[in-house]
Design a protein around this ligand. Sequence first.
Ligand SMILES: Cc1cc2nc3c(=O)[nH]c(=O)nc-3n(C[C@H](O)[C@H](O)[C@H](O)COP(=O)(O)OP(=O)(O)OC[C@H]3O[C@@H](n4cnc5c(N)ncnc54)[C@H](O)[C@@H]3O)c2cc1C
Length: 250
Amino acid sequence: MTVEVRRVVVPETFEATLVEARMVTPRVRELIFERVDGKAFSFQSGQWVSLVLPLVDEKDRPLRRSYSIASVPRPGSRFELVVTRVDEGRGSTWLHEMTVGTSLEVKGPQGMFQRAADAGPSLFVATGTGVAPFRGMIHDALAAGGTTPLWVLFGVRAPADALYREEFEALEKTNPRLRFMLSMSRPPDDWAGYRGYVQTHVLDLWSQLSEHGRPEAYVCGVKKMLLEVRQVLKTHGFAERAQLHLESYD
Ligand SMILES: Cc1cc2nc3c(=O)[nH]c(=O)nc-3n(C[C@H](O)[C@H](O)[C@H](O)COP(=O)(O)OP(=O)(O)OC[C@H]3O[C@@H](n4cnc5c(N)ncnc54)[C@H](O)[C@@H]3O)c2cc1C
């Protein structure tokens, strides 16, 4: 009998300073933080951090918000986040106005949303900043080598919202196993790619991926999209629980 022993790692709490920030789409700000203590920031692609903001919640406790680590793992004390400005959202609005040079408390990295090195053909489905954890996962998988297909289906409203598009398209040119597909809900008239919500294309892509082995889906974004993707796959009897990996932002 094999007994799986999972090591429970208690996330660290540390101070980090915002060292660089820029708007990367009309509603998304990229924030680059650096640990104040200069220690290395180590994480597994797919994990997230919790930020303690200088605001309080309805119970007068510090306001905490979680963000996927958008960086590609590399040595050093820096890490990147991408934050969508949510209308009337207190946390995201504060982060969009945070001044470079100021610091806050961070707890992390945390989370189990990860792709195993020996995972099967993989379909990564994201909307908006849900693509953040896939950046590291894709870079890791390409660096590890192999031929297992890595397909990214990314739902955005319009071309300006397509975070990391140039980066994924550049990787796609040199890595035939990577396929990057944008699906736009408000595309320009001449858009020849996918249209509409990602959930309408999942089934077809899953069937195509099945020709390469037993697929796995990694889905990240708001819960409504996650549930619809899961429903589409389940209704057609395709996805066992172990083949679906979901990370909900709300
Ligand atoms: C594990 C985890 C990782 C996350 N990673 C990211 C990330 O990398 N980038 C990011 O922008 N957010 C991420 N979020 C969401 C983030 O924690 C906040 O919920 C978000 O910034 C809204 O906080 P707020 O205080 O501004 O809004 P609130 O007042 O708390 O309002 C919440 C509302 O915002 C909606 N919402 C939450 N996230 C998003 C989003 N990304 N896009 C559109 N609407 C959203 C929710 O549906 C909800 O209606 C993550 C959440 C979790 C649990």
